[in-house]
Design a protein around this ligand. Sequence first.
Ligand code: AMP
Ligand code: ZN
Length: 113
Amino acid sequence: MSECIFCRIAAGEIPADIVANDDEFIAFRDLHPLAPTHVLVVPKRHLRSLDEIEAFGDAAAGRMLRFTAAAARSAGVATSGYRVVSNTGPDAGQEVDHLHWHIIGGGPLGGMV
Ligand code: AMP
Ligand code: ZN
């Protein structure tokens, strides 16, 4: 059994509030939301962070972008707007060492970036 919490969610071993799901990716609501809508997009293949994206391949990386936009639509924030963030490494405060993108929205987000 994997030690990685996102691998375990992707395998269905840990429950999650799933927003979108296909063979390669899963999107589910963050346990500790930072905004009214806060969804995580996770590839089912384990990659440590965005820094390993080359190992994923251009086609899969492109599909992850497409999946992310579809997940934002499913979460109901495509029209109102949202932000996509990927914490990568210690200075970004990455807590879970499995590549993931945060989709945050559901209200004005301010000017963080
Ligand atoms: P990061 O700092 O980018 O690594 O963010 C990891 C995110 O995963 C945090 O926002 C956590 O709240 C979230 N998280 C951790 N465990 C779970 C879980 N079991 N289900 C949903 N979200 C989780
Ligand atoms: Zn993993």
